[in-house]
Design a protein around this ligand. Structure first.
Ligand SMILES: [Fe+2]
Length: 372
């Protein structure tokens, strides 16, 4: 790929807050009094939007979808269920996250907290803070299989003038032609088959901002001073080469999530990965570089969502004077195979570190054999 086309390719994959397209009619509940005006975003993948005209920034399949919800104080996202994992990464706001049709279980999350909601339970959430709130969402699979709405939400939506048509797109009641079918609420008998969880099981699916377990030497390049980083595991193994990574949320999601922290002025180190990877810049201003011989770079302002392409050499730099924390999501529950540049592999080896047969950072003298 030429450097000009690589530059436009990179720019296309860096979705900055200025590129965000807020959708206020993504779902059937948007006319309900406390949900009117809520915004939804589709950054990567098909997601579950029910708006026929929804705009997705990056449609390329990643094995998971990335979106977001923005709600003003007091606004509610109503009870619904997903068939694949839904993971909330809180950028701002204080949120009551409720599980169950009648909010049987609830917890509060705030900035930097990650909550992985189990599949097959109803979930709703409310901005209980005093300022606008923003939640990133990961949804498992390239096609999460749509949404099961709470029957009560569908009834209230119909009273508010909105229904879902046969393709599960939001339609005004007045636009439904005579004889056309609309989505019916599921029966109480069917609802009895929904999964149930204890408060302890739900709380075990949260990784709080102040409870991350940062690990040194979780990436081969991190042993080199100018590439020093720490990794805090959240879900799956993923972008992590620590031998004793302690996965925080242990049930399988089909994708992996790790927090990364880069020292001031450091970069991750040049590497490539065989499948596309998503990066949430959170509060960090970063620079992403792409390419091998000719390197192009793009500023990544705080809040951006980045899709790092499969197979391209790249680096992620923290150009600022303080540490930068961001989230990396990769396809699959297992380790994301990272190919470090030959220069970095040699530099790490010279410092006494190599990757072992599991793909984990290890002392060179215990991996390489010596004969004499
Ligand atoms: Fe959802």
């Amino acid at each position: 790929m030429g450097s000009m086309s690589l530059e436009s390719e990179l720019r296309r994959r860096v979705v900055t807050p200025a590129d965000f397209v807020a959708d206020t009619s993504a779902f059937v509940d948007v006319h309900l009094p406390r949900s009117a005006g809520k915004t939804s975003f589709s950054f990567i993948g098909a997601g579950v939007t029910q708006n026929e005209d929804a705009k997705t920034n990056i449609v390329e399949p990643h094995g998971f979808c990335v979106g977001a919800a923005g709600l003003q104080p007091g606004m509610i996202n109503n009870a619904h269920l997903h068939y694949t994992a839904e993971v909330f990464v809180c950028r701002s706001g204080m949120w009551k996250m409720a599980i169950g049709l009648d909010d049987q279980l609830a917890l509060t999350i705030g900035p930097g907290d990650i909550f992985a909601v189990p599949t097959w339970v109803f979930r709703s959430f409310e901005n209980v803070g005093t300022s606008d709130g923003f939640l990133y969402t990961f949804l498992g699979g390239d096609d999460p299989g749509g949404i099961l709405w709470s029957p009560r939400v569908l009834e209230l939506a119909r009273e508010s003038g909105l229904v879902l048509d046969e393709t599960e797109k939001v339609t005004k009641v007045e636009d439904v032609v005579r004889g056309a079918l609309t989505l019916k609420p599921v029966s109480p008998e069917a609802l009895a088959k929904i999964d149930r969880y204890s408060p302890e099981e739900i709380e075990a699916r949260v990784v709080r901002n102040d409870a991350r377990r940062w690990q040194e030497h979780a990436l081969l390049a991190s042993v080199i001073p100018q590439h020093h980083s720490c990794v805090a595991p959240v879900i799956g193994v993923g972008f992590n080469q620590h031998r004793r990574h302690h996965i925080a949320i242990t049930y399988p999601h089909g994708f992996s999530v790790n927090w990364l922290r880069l020292d001031a002025g450091s970069s991750l180190g040049r590497h490539r990965v065989a499948s596309p990877v998503a990066l949430l810049a959170m509060d960090a201003d970063l620079v992403v570089e792409l390419g091998d011989a000719a390197v192009v770079s793009c500023e990544v302002p705080a809040g951006s969502v980045v899709s790092l392409p499969a197979g391209e050499w790249r680096d992620v730099r923290n150009p600022k004077g303080g540490p930068a924390e961001f989230v990396i999501a990769s396809n699959g529950d297992g380790r994301c195979p990272i190919e470090w540049s030959p220069t970095l592999v040699k530099a790490a080896r010279d410092l006494g570190y190599v990757l072992d047969a599991s793909g984990c950072v290890a002392p060179r003298e215990l991996v390489e054999r010596h004969f004499g």
